[in-house]
Design a binder for this molecule. Structure first.
Ligand code: IPE
Ligand code: IPE
Ligand code: MG
Ligand code: MG
Ligand code: MG
Length: 300
């Protein structure tokens, strides 16, 4: 392994460990009533997951010299929304999945009503921690962060994308329609992660924010293109979730719409676009470029 790769692996492991500790601290203890709900929230959020969204927040935060304590909170808020989205995504009324992060899904391990409430409570907790911790010197900036996450999670973001996903299951989408769905269901939250991380620091400029957003759009779409590719191309054992379910369920994906080779090519073009977007930052963006590579070249 090259030195740069070893360094990235070490950085990633460090942020993942920090996030595990932070999430464990921020989630209510399993012994606190209602114990079933709290245990299920911890089950859904801890011990598993690549933590890509917090990693993006940390990488973007390096550009604005954001304090780690703030990045932990912003990263955790996005990760809690992500965990909630997965719990609901797996429910029988949505993708009906039994395996997530190598474990039974929340509705299988607990029950459907609990899974519904876990999602609700994780979403509330995300906004609770975002508003009760100081994340910016200016209160106005912190409000902007809360609003950014709210828009990204809502009907104009992730939840809206999930609605399109459900409604288009079993039908064919055009490439622009598919892109619209992916940008919403997955891209929106990834964009918010990058932006929130950046906004945790005080050294921010509008032009840098714009360049970062261009980067975030590219990696956000790339992330779901690769998720589609892996569903068709990887095993259940490596993914920790049931492989091959998209074609079985008739989901429109980049694989079904443009085919596997073109989907792979597109992911790589988006990786180049992401790298290009942060080129002006030079070495300051080395974590962001390494993360774009990780997101596109990952095997799980
Ligand atoms: C899976 O997300 C669902 C999508 C939005 C594509 P991740 O691949 O980030 O899942 P974890 O958090 O690593 O399990
Ligand atoms: C999930 O997309 C997107 C969200 C959870 C918002 P998928 O349905 O493709 O995710 P996986 O493949 O189940 O992880
Ligand atoms: Mg889904
Ligand atoms: Mg799914
Ligand atoms: Mg998928």
């Amino acid at each position: 392994m090259k030195i740069a790769e070893t360094d990235f692996q070490a950085w990633m492991g460090g942020v993942q460990a920090r996030m595990e500790t932070a999430l464990s601290r921020l989630l209510p203890a399993a012994q606190v009533a209602p114990t079933k709900l709290h245990a299920a929230m911890r089950y859904a959020s801890l011990e598993g997951g690549k933590r890509v969204r917090p990693l993006l927040a940390f990488a973007a935060g390096e550009l604005s010299e954001a304090p780690r304590e703030r990045l932990e909170i912003a990263g955790a808020a996005v990760e809690l929304i992500h965990a909630y989205s997965l719990v609901h995504d797996d429910m029988p009324c949505m993708d009906d999945d039994v395996l997530r992060r190598g474990k039974p899904t929340v509705h299988v391990e607990y029950d459907e009503a609990t899974a519904l409430l876990v999602g609700d409570a994780l979403q509330s907790l995300a906004f609770q921690i975002l508003s009760e911790n100081k994340l910016a010197d200016q209160p106005q900036r912190q409000l902007e962060m809360v609003r950014t996450l709210a828009v990204a999670a809502g009907s104009r973001g992730m939840a809206g994308g999930q609605q399109i996903d459900l409604d288009s299951t079993g039908s064919a989408l055009t490439p622009p329609e598919l892109e619209f769905m992916h940008i919403h269901k997955t891209g929106a939250l990834i964009r918010a992660a990058v932006l929130l991380g950046f906004l945790c620091g005080e050294k921010i400029s509008e032009s840098e924010k714009k360049q970062l957003d261009r980067y975030a759009k590219a990696v956000g779409l790339a992330f779901q293109v690769v998720d589609d590719v892996l569903d068709a191309d990887a095993s259940t054992a490596t993914l920790g979730k049931t492989a091959g379910k998209d074609s079985k369920q008739g989901k429109p994906t980049y694989v079904s719409v443009v085919g596997l080779p073109a989907a792979r090519r597109m992911a790589d073009e988006l990786r180049q676009e992401a790298r290009e977007a942060v080129r002006d930052f030079g070495g300051r963006a080395h974590r962001l470029t390494a993360l774009a590579d990780f997101i596109v070249l990952r095997k799980f």
